[in-house]
Design a protein around this ligand. Sequence first.
Ligand code: E4P
Length: 219
Amino acid sequence: MKFFIDTANLQQIKEAQDLGVLDGVTTNPSLMAKEGISGEENVINHYKAICDIVDGDVSAEVISTDYENIIKEGLALAKLDDKIVVKVPMIKEGVKAIKYFSSEGIKTNCTLVFSAGQALLAAKAGATYVSPFIGRLDDISTDGLSLIEDIRLIYDNYGYETQILAASVRHAMHIIECAKIGADVMTGPLSAILTLLKHPLTDSGLAQFLADHAKAAGK
Ligand code: E4P
């Protein structure tokens, strides 16, 4: 399972990269705004800064919602770095644009996906990644993980190469359950990744090892 970090915060991206388990980054307009990044030049420089930190794919989301401008924006983003993945919303104009990008060999991430039907369209358009938002489905009392199961089944039935990028991950259990289902990628906050590290028996066990060692050494 690939681990992507879901942030535009350079410090958190570097902390995740230094951990040694990071495979990429996803951003979206809200995450960029949260970091105070606005204006074409600042946005471009920020994506370049992210690409300089990580080794894997970096999803950069277009703002346009019409085909012509999605293409224009996406081509400009793709030129920034080979790591850039053009992130496009699951709308009619977006599906058409993903089809074009995939025909040009440009990596794409189809985002704001909330149904198996949307995921099927993303795969047929040739998206590199599809981003079903499991947390936002959970937020409205709908089982986000069952969507991952449905997409996994459909993609395996037909051998679609589109990678399932479980998005809107809220916590460690989302990561574990998506791994059990067979999502190709998860993207989540650093906190969810670090929570995977923690178990009280590990902490108590290490404390006991160190105490026993110190006792034996007469410390
Ligand atoms: C992917 O990058 C999505 O934009 C992101 O995971 C959405 O997460 P949220 O539902 O916490 O906003």
